[in-house]
Design a protein around this ligand. Structure first.
Ligand SMILES: [Zn+2]
Length: 124
């Protein structure tokens, strides 16, 4: 296992998510979820939650995931306070898209000062 950044322990079992990240880089989100389904044996609901969570982490594969805690965790991420510009503290924010990892990711865009940043679903 070592320091391979693609390994993730899900409910106590270790999986290699390299292929998942590659599929997401190719903008093949559906294939990526299918990969999680086939790899882990979880249904599309749970696998979709795993995928949403990894996306919320900017595709950095977390060291471990407990699927029973994912729905609450995703709800918590969604319920974060409205975004505030880290540069000028304005809350006059809109969403733009920006390519990274070959994917058009939504980014927060400050209408007041023009600053763009990755919302990371509320992570600072
Ligand atoms: Zn700003």
């Amino acid at each position: 296992m070592g320091k391979n950044k693609y390994y993730c322990k899900i409910d106590g079992k270790v999986y290699n998510f390299q292929k998942y990240v590659e599929l997401m880089k190719e903008n093949r989100e559906w294939d990526a979820v299918e990969f999680v389904v086939k790899e882990t044996g979880y249904d599309y609901g749970v696998s979709g939650n795993i995928s949403m969570y990894i996306r919320a982490l900017d595709f950095e594969i977390p060291a471990f995931i407990e699927t029973s805690k994912l729905p609450a965790e995703l709800k918590r991420l969604e319920a974060q306070e409205p975004p505030q510009c880290p540069r000028c503290s304005s809350t006059y924010i809109t969403v733009a898209t920006e390519g990274s990892w070959g994917i058009n990711n939504p980014v927060n865009y400050c209408i007041k000062c023009g600053h763009r940043w990755n919302p990371r679903y509320g992570f600072k």
